[in-house]
Design a protein around this ligand. Structure first.
Ligand code: FMN
Length: 199
């Protein structure tokens, strides 16, 4: 009987300490959420993720901002994609090495990763970290964005990314991530975070 009780106590202790360790591991992770957003849809998604996982939230800003006019920005981005130009960032991340998990948010631009995100991923070494991409787009999907994140972070662990329809600037539809759409996004984000073992 004594032996049985001892066995049970040991099992309970192991289970409890295992649980505590799992909790500790999650809460010990340092999280950075970096995003680039023009019409604030990706920003809204970044803020929902931030509410769920905490950490440091940073908006990427450029040294020279893009034109406000839609046709002008489309033309400029097409040129940058073709030449491989990496727009210099105004934002600096202090001690990137201290983060374990780096979320990276961006809209789809010309079915590609926006040049400022390419600048960020080329400038900062995310080797050994978990890099979690998220995206908004006008309904045409992520294009090759997630594949490019993988290419630019060959030594990072990259779980399945999150993508949701945002604005359609071409048609004058700018910020949509409010009301029911924001609620829908929150539900989808929570279930995605669980699926990729972050929540
Ligand atoms: C220069 C530019 C190019 C875009 N190209 C695409 C595209 O190829 N496919 C797509 O679905 N949406 C495209 N969009 C629409 C954005 O991805 C969409 O509106 C997104 O939600 C904007 O995010 P933001 O509000 O965070 O800036 C483009 C928008 C801009 C400004």
């Amino acid at each position: 009987m004594k032996l049985l009780f001892f066995g049970y106590s040991l099992l309970t202790m192991c289970t409890v300490s295992g649980y505590a360790n799992a909790q500790q591991t999650m809460s010990n992770k340092k999280v950075l959420i970096v995003y680039f957003s023009r019409t604030n849809n990706t920003k809204a998604i970044a803020e929902i993720i931030h509410q769920q996982v905490g950490g440091k939230l940073v908006a990427l800003e450029l040294q020279n901002s893009y034109p406000a006019n839609y046709q002008a920005i489309v033309a400029q981005v097409a040129k940058e994609d073709e030449s491989g130009f990496l727009p210099p960032l105004k934002t600096e991340i202090d001690s990137i090495e201290k983060y374990d998990v780096v979320f990276i948010g961006f809209p789809t631009w010309g079915m590609q990763l926006p040049p400022p995100i390419k600048s960020f991923l080329k400038q900062y070494d995310l080797s050994g970290k978990t890099v979690v991409p998220f995206n908004t787009n006008a309904g045409y999907g992520v294009g090759n964005c997630f594949d490019t994140v993988k290419k630019l972070c060959p030594k990072s662990h990259i779980p399945e990314g999150f993508s949701i329809k945002g604005g359609i600037e071409r048609d004058g539809v700018l910020f949509v991530m409010k009301g029911e759409k924001e609620e829908e996004a929150t539900v989808k984000i929570k279930s995605w975070l669980k699926k990729v073992n972050i929540l």
